[in-house]
Design a protein around this ligand. Structure first.
Ligand code: NAD
Length: 337
């Protein structure tokens, strides 16, 4: 009996250490845009905590990193509560896990095969755009998923982001969600400029996008060649948007929102696999960095059936690409908890 008690104590202590370390790493990554370890290393620690909690659900605390999204908004910006939460995505790293996701989703919906909206997973930072009567009134970061940072002035400087939606009949209110990114081709030049000015260079385009968007002086944001890529709709009022996710993306495009040219509606697991392979081949040629692809159950009825867990929808999954060498030595940093 003592042995079992020791084991239990060990996993409690281990889970506690992992949770504390992941919380620290998240703060550096989200609040300071200065990651301390590689994403692969972070993901490894995260998965270890997930596995411990799956074995022993009593280890799950409400503030566990597995139950939370991002990090709380910085105090230097006004906080804004999201009309609908901005969640994260479940992720998987191999084909087996993808098949498991598809199996569970089909079981949950009670169907033989599901259609998915397949999209690139942009490696940038999430942004929510609120348009009222077609006019951009507020732009908010994801923050902790419930409350984000009001960065409207900065967002207005993003050149491909419409300040007014195209078309004659905009919805009374619509929240458009997407990723703010910095093209690879612009990243090196930006870092060279920062270094020449004696400032700190960014670790990768993702951190550069996030750091540039969250500047206190919007003139600095304006000098950064950021772009907005739409991937979804949050709250909507006063109009009907298409029920299918793929059709929603097409609708966003008619309003003047940039979306990826590679979005597709695919059928079943076979369709997902083929899409993943095709995008993995394309990856190196894309100027906007992607770290995987995302599959989302396309039909509204399927999504309603599947719902959400604490930090992510059950109807979507990110199939991540294998880790690439980063532009710094971060990957060499191995943290032992
Ligand atoms: P995530 O990046 O794994 O997935 C969710 C996000 O993907 C969304 O919020 C959205 O912004 C983005 N996204 C891009 N394309 C999308 C699309 N087509 N559709 C929907 N969403 C799309 O989420 P996360 O919860 O922010 O972060 C977890 C990841 O961040 C980890 O896997 C880890 O790699 C990294 N991280 C690293 C460190 C570190 O120290 N290196 C710390 C914290 C987090």
């Amino acid at each position: 009996p003592n042995g079992a008690a020791d084991m239990a104590e060990t996993s409690v202590a281990r889970a506690g250490r992992l949770a504390a370390r992941l919380t620290e790493l998240s703060r550096a990554y989200y609040a300071e845009d200065a990651p301390e370890v590689s994403d692969a290393e972070y993901d490894r620690l995260f998965r270890e905590l997930e596995a411990l909690e799956a074995d022993e659900p009593s280890l799950i605390t409400p503030d566990s990193p597995t139950q939370r999204v991002g990090a709380p908004p910085a105090e230097s910006f006004d906080s804004v509560d999201h009309a609908t939460p901005m969640l994260s995505l479940a992720n998987c790293f191999d084909d087996e896990e993808l098949a498991e996701f598809d199996r569970r989703a089909r079981e949950g919906v009670g169907t033989e095969a599901l259609a998915y909206c397949a999209e690139p997973k942009f490696d940038g930072t999430a942004l929510n755009l609120r348009y009222e009567a077609g006019v951009l009134v507020r732009a908010t970061t994801r923050g902790d998923g419930t409350t984000g940072e009001d960065i409207t002035t900065n967002a207005r400087t993003i050149r491909n982001l419409p300040l007014r939606l195209a078309g004659d009949t905009p919805p009374a209110v619509i929240e458009i969600r997407g990723e703010v990114v910095l093209a690879r081709s612009r990243f090196d030049a930006l870092n060279a400029r920062l270094e020449a000015a004696g400032q700190k260079a960014f670790v990768n385009p993702r951190n550069a996008a996030s750091g540039s968007l969250r500047q206190l002086d919007s003139r600095i944001t304006a000098e950064r060649p950021l772009a907005f890529m739409g991937y979804g709709i949050g709250h909507v009022d006063g109009t009907d948007v298409p029920a299918g996710l793929y059709d929603q993306l097409m609708q966003l495009q008619t309003w003047g929102i940039s979306i990826s040219p590679y979005v597709e509606r695919v059928e079943g697991l076979a369709g997902c696999r083929a899409y993943y392979e095709a995008m993995a081949e394309r990856r190196a040629d894309l100027d906007i960095e992607i770290d995987g692809v995302v599959f989302k159950a396309d039909a509204a009825s399927a999504r309603a059936e599947l719902g959400f867990v604490a930090r992510a929808p059950r109807w979507a999954i990110a199939r991540k690409f294998p880790a690439e060498e980063t532009t710094t030595t971060l990957n060499a940093v191995e943290f032992q908890v």
